[in-house]
Design a binder for this molecule. Structure first.
Ligand code: GCU
Length: 364
């Protein structure tokens, strides 16, 4: 059933994409300019709820000029497709995982590091700090897009069809879907699983047909994407807090008058606020549903062995991108201010104490 729904979504998506692209640049709806926003989540997901609020807000202020259109559920293609469409201006905005953006600007590598943030509080405070995010958000302007706000996507954890993951050794020999980013492949290699990069929309079928043994994501993937129908073990190893990023086409943003830009900026802040408010309850509800309706068992392993196995990636990244060190250090300050509160959460080691990796050794 799920597969049929997915096939229909793909068919509708292909038609939708052709229709959207053929109307590219047009002023529709009685002279109003369409503002197209694509994302890959379902309509009940906090991201979609927040974007609908954005639509309402912009149209309440600038509705005579702009018609905001939201395209959920990969109707405009995978995240990589949507980022490319946003680069060219065929689409004005899209939501992309920070992981995907790493392949467009290496600066984004930083927020993909495993065990970068010590706690959710440290993560939120760092992402709210313009000194942390602006140099990264603005780094893709030459590529035709810029980030306008971040969106909470919780903590990523491993989940599998049938193998409970209690320690990194349990991942050995398992094919685990990861997002299409070098950092995620490296992380999986270190942890001993076999990294299988693929787009989000393909994961359900891959799990069901046993092409992969598991994946890693926040709790919403179990319910909103149905992965909990197939995967029965979800293990809180807490390996990453990877934000989603709302990106906008530069030509569109630069074409706004100062007053319009101010209203759009208020709209971007609204997206961030609403999504974060919705997120807390959505995750609670997802956990409840996964446990009771889908029969998923939640596990709470010791996170330390996972963290220690991945820790070399911090010094590797700093060796490769030394310009990111000041931002990394700012994040460590937030980690000290908002340390992990429970044993499940992790504390990030200062970079000076990190073991020197082979990659870094080669650079010196
Ligand atoms: C999360 C995230 C998405 C991302 C997905 C993935 O759902 O919010 O932006 O696409 O993970 O694993 O690909």
């Amino acid at each position: 059933m799920k597969q049929y729904r997915r096939m229909c979504a793909v068919m509708v998506g292909a038609g939708m994409l052709a229709a959207v692209l053929s109307g590219c640049g047009s002023n529709e709806g009685g002279g109003r300019q369409s503002v197209r926003i694509g994302h890959n989540q379902a309509t009940d997901h906090p991201t979609n709820v927040a974007l609908l609020e954005f639509e309402k807000y912009i149209e309440s202020k600038l509705g005579d000029k702009y018609d905001v259109e939201i395209y959920p559920s990969e109707l405009l293609g995978s995240q990589t497709d949507m980022v490319q469409l946003t680069q060219t201006g065929a689409v004005d905005f899209c939501v992309a995982s920070n992981s995907i953006l790493e392949t467009f600007s290496e600066n984004y590598t930083l927020f993909n590091l495993p065990y970068l943030f010590a706690s959710a509080e440290a993560y939120h405070a760092a992402m709210d700090d313009t000194e942390v995010v602006d140099p990264i958000f603005e780094s893709t302007k030459k590529a035709g897009f810029e980030a306008v706000t971040w969106i909470d996507a919780g903590t990523r954890n491993f989940y599998t069809v049938s193998v409970p993951i209690e320690a990194p050794e349990d991942l050995k020999g398992l094919k685990i879907r990861v997002q299409q980013s070098p950092t995620n492949v490296r992380m999986m290699d270190l942890l001993g699983g076999s990294a299988t990069p693929m787009g989000f929309g393909d994961v359900y079928t891959a799990l069901q047909s046993k092409v992969i043994d598991g994946a890693e994501n926040n709790e919403m993937a179990l319910t909103s994407n149905g992965h909990g129908d197939v995967c029965k073990y979800y293990s809180y190893d807490m390996h990453q807090m990877i934000p989603d990023i709302l990106i906008g086409n530069c030509a569109f943003l630069e074409g706004l008058s100062d007053e319009e830009r101010e209203i759009f900026e208020e709209g971007f802040a609204l997206v961030n606020r609403v999504e974060r408010e919705e997120w807390v309850n959505a995750v609670e509800a997802a956990k409840e549903r996964a446990e009771h309706d889908q029969g998923v068992t939640f596990l709470y392993p010791d996170t330390k062995p996972f963290q220690e196995t991945c820790q070399a990636m911090h010094s590797e990244m700093l060796g490769q991108y030394p310009d990111l060190k000041p931002i990394y250090d700012k994040i460590l300050e937030y980690n000290s201010r908002y340390p992990a509160e429970t044993e499940e959460e992790v504390v990030c080691m200062p970079s000076d104490d990190l073991p020197v990796s082979e990659g870094e050794r080669a650079l010196h």
